[in-house]
Design a protein around this ligand. Structure first.
Ligand SMILES: CC(C)(COP(=O)(O)OP(=O)(O)OC[C@H]1O[C@@H](n2cnc3c(N)ncnc32)[C@H](O)[C@@H]1OP(=O)(O)O)[C@@H](O)C(=O)NCCC(=O)NCCS
Length: 180
């Protein structure tokens, strides 16, 4: 119903519980690409699981506490972006992103993230947008840098996942550093 164009052939739209079938199919075909970095790509294994997860984001959006959108390329769901954290009273939020291998390397995540950041700063008056990634996730780091984010440091062995405690790099962009 509502769409934001990213390119001539790609658009950003809300990703809602009624799209659970598409989301579950997307995860199934991209799991090997996403799962090393995104725990939900391991834990969501069917349509019911996808619906339950999307419902938590629908509830969080209603509470102004989070938000999720999908990226469609030529009508196919190929990725997404979310506010994993959206703490409006504190003015702090955190963005998470993902894209299918065939849609990678076209700047679609960059454009979607700029749209989310613009909304956070310009519409919602947020002060700080964060980005967190495993220190080994070089593509994610490159995307954060392209967005003008500053790497602040490493949360050492902060995230246990798949039998390893991962180091987490923290990046941020402050409202005063945002270049519209
Ligand atoms: C991390 C991830 C989202 C990055 O995807 P991406 O497509 O590389 O991200 P961007 O949108 O920033 O695109 C950058 C690439 O598009 C190119 N590009 C083309 N047009 C562009 C434009 N207008 N603006 C920016 N980049 C553009 C860049 O040159 C760059 O190319 P390169 O890959 O050859 O260096 C993706 O690798 C992914 O989904 N990985 C698995 C899940 C994951 O790790 N998620 C993040 C968890 S923290």
């Amino acid at each position: 119903m509502f769409a934001h164009p990213l390119t001539d052939t790609a658009e950003l739209r809300p990703l809602e519980p009624w799209q659970a079938r598409d989301f579950a199919d997307f995860i199934a075909r991209t799991r090997d690409h996403l799962a090393p970095w995104l725990p939900w790509a391991t834990s969501i294994t069917d349509e019911e699981g996808a619906r339950a997860w999307l419902r938590t984001y629908a509830d969080r959006q209603a509470a102004d506490d989070g938000r999720i959108c999908g990226i469609w390329l030529d009508g196919t769901l190929v990725g997404g972006i979310l506010f994993r954290v959206f703490a409006a009273p504190a003015g702090v939020c955190e963005i998470g992103v993902w894209i299918a291998p065939e849609a990678q390397g076209r700047g679609l995540v960059h454009r979607a993230a700029r749209h989310f950041i613009r909304w956070a700063f310009e519409t919602r008056g947020m002060h700080r947008v964060e980005w967190r990634a495993f220190t080994t996730n070089t593509r994610s780091a490159a995307t954060a840098e392209r967005l003008g984010m500053t790497r602040e440091g490493t949360l050492r062995e902060a995230f246990p996942y798949l039998g390893t405690r991962h180091d987490i790099a923290v990046w941020s962009l402050l409202a005063r550093d945002w270049k519209p």
